[in-house]
Design a protein around this ligand. Structure first.
Ligand code: GLN
Length: 190
């Protein structure tokens, strides 16, 4: 069995809260900024922030092809939140380019602008669930059409807000900004 080694992409956005959540979940995560660091890890978190900026920084740091390649090769599990989730989704008309790792269309700012950010309880229906949790939605993307093998793991009312496809997990809200580490703990088990 491979030992679990986790990292957080540390180029932009909500990096520190994910590092703290992973530490609480029992690992000692690295801050990832270079392709060679990918050799050290089995699990990577792509934090929220701004997906176009994240895309440009990934290109600058020669990580934009390396990360999806390792996921496709089965060497890396990936958890993307908000802007991170957007990158993992299905290619569509919107920028930035998507990685096609999860067969879901993420519509950027799908609930409205910054002033329409909100906190609502979400329900884990698979993955780390069952149970409720606080869902912090900050200029969150909205999940559009989805098809198998995508599994819905959390809902807000009748809408999917977190999904999983194999070892890829995408979440449109910010679990790292709460004290609830269930998603991080479950992710490390994938
Ligand atoms: N709206 C942002 C984007 O499109 C994502 C916001 C977030 O990560 N909280 O990239």
């Amino acid at each position: 069995m491979t030992a679990i080694c986790a990292g957080v992409l540390a180029l932009q956005g909500s990096v520190e809260p994910h590092l703290r959540a992973l530490s609480r979940a029992g690992v000692d995560p690295i801050e990832l900024r270079r392709p060679d660091q990918l050799d050290q890890i089995t699990h990577l978190v792509l934090p929220g922030g701004e997906s176009t900026t994240l895309h440009h920084l990934l290109e600058l740091h020669s990580l934009s092809s390396e990360i999806p390649q390792r996921v496709e090769a089965g060497d890396l599990a990936l958890l993307g939140t908000c802007a991170g989730a957007i990158l993992m989704g299905r290619e569509c008309q919107e920028s930035p380019p998507r990685w096609n790792l999860i067969d879901v269309e993420f519509q950027r700012n799908g609930y409205g602008r910054q002033v329409h950010s909100f906190i609502e309880p979400i329900e884990w229906i698979a993955g780390p669930g069952p149970g409720a949790s606080e869902g912090i939605f900050i200029r969150a993307p909205r999940i559009g059409q989805l098809s198998p093998p995508v599994e819905v793991i959390a809902t807000l009312g009748t809408e999917a807000v977190a999904v999983r496809q194999e070892r890829c997990v995408a979440c449109t809200f910010h679990p790292e900004l709460t004290e609830d580490d269930r998603l991080h703990r479950w992710f490390l088990s994938l």
